[in-house]
Design a protein around this ligand. Structure first.
Ligand code: SF4
Length: 408
């Protein structure tokens, strides 16, 4: 276990003082993406078992430890989580939901329940049920898991997710109102998503009332539309190699809000069904490589959020136009900024030279901007301090979403 990030095992130690094990359940639900309400094909990567390949059929029976498929000898009573995993576990009649959730909450082997679903499968009735159960079982917990996978519309269309980001956002707000923690699933390795795109998903998660995240690799499985397309034309797909995955996970951890619990950083692929990437089958090795990389690169969760910014001094010789930019260290946004400001030829200058220039030229007062700060640095203690100082001195400061313009 690495303490470089807020892992689920650290959370369990802090809150339960022991390990807990998930027991994946299949409550015989379906999904609007499967039953024709939205689509019949499901998400492009979804298996026939609704992404619940290792789940135990559950109709509310009194489950015993010997029924648990794995980890069945490890835990004691109260050390298991009933994980409603297969398909969309709030998509069904309210009395069915109540029966299943209550059966799991009543079961002394479970310390709580975690319900995986889609944001478009909630209603006032369901919120009322969850709120009531939360009060009726105060010694147990209820979590909700939402498979967002990506914040990008193009990816949502590609994967046939079938709901928009605004639906997700609204439901997260409603779940927060009843004070139930939300875990979000994100997929790394989606076609056309590079590091920048993935980090945009992380930034979005950081801005929402999210308690936990599961980061997982895109798996190409047999008997899925994605698997079939892959088998038909392997060259069409760029499959991440292990090093690329480790690099991405490191970048995500560095960027993720410190208080977000990371429930997973690797996938649990079904050995028999997995077509690619096959290196992911050795989960232990992948985890070791991630932990090693985090240590070697001195990465800790949220470090990009905390202090990683740099100051850049730029001038446009032609127009005697200069600006001072405060941006995230690992983002090259000067080009973006120049586009925003309508500058064609620019160059970065030394801080001292900039300071000297400050005295003799009227820096861009005609545009009334002296300092530009990357909006994502808002809340960073050092940058906020700098902001107040500059403001006191009468400088004009604007916050901008620089990243948005990088690709232009
Ligand atoms: S929402 Fe979940 S269960 Fe439904 S098709 Fe997509 S992955 Fe499968």
């Amino acid at each position: 276990m690495s303490e470089r990030y807020y892992s689920f095992s650290i959370y369990c130690k802090e809150h339960f003082h022991h390990k807990v094990y998930r027991v994946a359940l299949d409550g015989h639900f379906t999904c609007p993406n499967r039953d024709g309400k939205i689509d019949t094909r499901g998400c492009i990567f979804c298996s026939k078992k609704g992404s619940g390949d290792f789940s135990i059929p559950f109709i509310g029976q009194d489950l015993k430890q010997e029924d648990f498929l794995y980890n069945h000898e490890k835990g004691k009573k109260g050390e298991y989580i009933a994980y409603f995993q297969a398909f969309s576990n709030t998509y069904g009649p309210i009395d069915k939901l109540e029966k299943l959730f209550v059966s799991a909450l009543e079961n002394e082997w479970f310390c709580g329940i975690s319900i995986a679903s889609r944001p478009d499968c909630f209603s006032e009735e369901i919120f009322a049920l969850l709120n009531r159960l939360k009060k009726e079982y105060p010694h147990k917990f209820i979590w909700i898991e939402l498979g967002l996978q990506s914040v990008h519309d193009s990816s949502a269309i590609w994967m046939r997710r079938g709901y928009s980001l605004s639906v997700f956002e609204e439901v997260v707000k409603q779940i927060k109102e009843i004070d139930i923690p939300v875990i979000v699933h994100l997929i790394l390795g989606l076609p056309n998503e590079d590091k920048k795109a993935i980090l945009e998903s992380i930034d979005y998660i950081n801005s929402q009332a999210i308690w936990g995240v599961k980061l997982q690799l895109l798996h190409y499985l047999k008997n899925t539309d994605l698997g079939d397309a892959y088998l038909e034309n392997k060259d069409e797909f760029k499959i991440l190699n292990e090093k690329e995955y480790v690099d991405l996970i490191c970048a995500c951890i560095a960027r993720l809000r410190k208080d977000i619990v990371i429930h997973r950083i690797s996938g649990d692929g079904n050995k028999e069904e997995l077509l690619a990437p096959l290196w992911s089958l050795d989960k232990k090795k992948v985890l070791n490589h991630i932990h090693h990389a985090l240590k070697e690169r001195k990465i800790t969760q949220g470090m990009d959020q905390e202090k990683k910014y740099r100051k850049v001094f730029v001038e446009d010789e032609k127009n005697h136009f200069s600006f001072f930019l405060i941006q995230l260290e690992n983002h090259i946004s000067i080009k973006a900024l120049s586009i925003l400001m309508g500058v064609n030829q620019y160059r970065e200058v030394e801080e001292n030279r900039f300071k000297r220039k400050l005295k003799d030229i009227d820096i861009i007062r005609h545009k009334e901007i002296n300092y530009i700060i990357d909006r994502r640095l808002k809340g960073n203690k050092e940058v906020d301090k700098l902001y107040n100082l500059l403001k006191e001195k009468g400088y004009k400061i604007v916050y901008m979403e620089l990243d948005r313009y990088i690709s232009q």
